[in-house]
Design a protein around this ligand. Structure first.
Ligand code: PLP
Length: 380
């Protein structure tokens, strides 16, 4: 199997598995219990909290463990809006993850918030001037992702945070895709809240964290216990948390050489694809973006058919374009970038990881001509 879908999820690193197993077998106590079994589990959770905090330049007390990125995003938006009833305005971008996009829609429907959605240009870059105009005196929170999951395009979060601060608005960033791929530091970004997820950084699914800067108005969404300093009720997922902590340590140790190697694989794939098929378009290629992500559109091809053919050849990739009730629906990200349906329906995202090799790129380049010929829309 050639796995080129690392933005969807990553394999768990064996060193991470090693770190989590004792929490299932020996240190199985409830971290809230006062006896020694509880203390052993609590120590593991505290250790993991320190590792997560260190990776993003935060204090340990500012880390709230969650069930993943989606919960972290939900907790951030709802948590700040609930704690700032005098401010009801929320600003997001049109290319956020569904965890933010769908939640913002719900908050609007529920009458909890008035939402302004700021757009991007054709390369996926945030329209900063539009953002400047969108933030108001009654803006409670601005939520801008650090890196887009579909295109890898990076957002100018620090610049947005500076704008928000002038209006007394708090700033959240969804750093789920950025973590481990680019430097993430809460002070350099100037953010008040930041979401991260375990399964994008070689830890298991179902664990994540929300950074909440000290002093940020915040109300817990999950009620029912005093865990996480009253910011998230529920017995902690101790093994998952230990795994996330270890994954963050490993991310801190990973050298730049590794990232450059991954970027070189991605760049070679894009170079060769666009040289062979001039109709193929790299989406977000003109913008600053993650080195592992390639969003390529094969105009006139149906992404799902192409993905299935790649899958038959053992290649795993994905697409934001999806078939819904018989017609192909473009992803909200490509729509926001103004990509035409003809081009966007052929969207394939290849996302690389440290486990990928040159031979993986060779395999894609070998399978693609056959697949595209079969789909027989391009001149191949
Ligand atoms: N935010 C972004 C940018 C993502 O890419 C994802 C996962 O695809 C999430 C949030 C959701 O994270 P989780 O799967 O941990 O709920």
């Amino acid at each position: 199997m050639i796995y080129l879908d690392n933005n969807a999820t990553t394999p768990v690193d064996p060193r991470v598995v090693e770190a989590m197993l004792p929490l299932l077998t020996e240190r199985y106590g409830n971290p809230s219990s006062i006896h020694r079994a509880g203390a052993a589990a609590a120590a593991a959770v505290d250790g993991a909290r320190a590792s997560v905090a260190a990776l993003i330049g935060a204090r340990e007390s500012e880390i709230v463990f969650t069930s993943g990125g989606t919960e972290a995003d939900n907790a951030a938006l709802r948590g700040v809006l609930a704690a700032r009833p005098e401010r009801r305005h929320l600003v997001i971008t049109t290319v956020e993850h569904h965890a933010v996009i769908d939640l913002a829609d719900a908050l609007e429907r529920e009458g909890v918030a008035e939402v302004t959605r700021v757009g991007v240009d054709g390369a996926g870059r945030l329209k900063l001037e539009e953002m400047e105009g969108a933030i108001r005196g009654d803006t409670a929170l601005v939520s801008v992702m650090l890196a887009n999951n579909e295109t890898g395009v990076l957002m100018p979060v620090a610049a947005v945070a500076a704008m928000a601060r002038r209006h007394g608005a708090k700033v959240h960033t969804d750093a789920v895709q950025a973590l481990g791929k680019v430097r993430v530091n809460v002070d350099e970004l100037g953010v008040d809240l930041l979401s991260l997820s375990g399964h994008k950084v070689f830890a298991p699914k179902g664990v994540g964290a929300l950074y909440v800067r000290r002093g940020t108005p915040f109300r817990a969404m999950m009620l029912g216990g005093h865990q996480e300093r009253d910011r998230r009720g529920g017995t902690q997922n101790t093994s998952g948390i230990a795994a996330l902590g270890r994954a963050c340590e490993l991310a801190a140790e990973r050298d730049r050489g590794e990232q450059e190697r991954v970027r070189a694989l991605r760049d070679r794939l894009e170079r060769e694809v666009t040289a062979r098929w001039p109709q193929a378009r790299v989406i977000g290629g003109e913008a600053e973006r993650l080195g592992n992500t390639s969003c390529v559109c094969f105009a006139g091809v149906e992404a799902e058919a192409l993905l299935l053919m790649l899958s038959e050849a053992g290649i795993c990739a994905s697409s934001g374009a999806a078939c819904s009730s018989g017609s192909l629906e473009l992803s909200h990200v490509l729509k926001a970038m103004g990509v035409s349906p003809e081009v966007g329906q052929g969207e394939v995202r290849f996302s690389f990881g440290p486990q990928n090799r040159e031979s993986d790129v060779d395999a894609v380049l070998e399978v693609l001509p056959r697949a595209l010929r079969k789909l027989s829309v391009l001149n191949v």
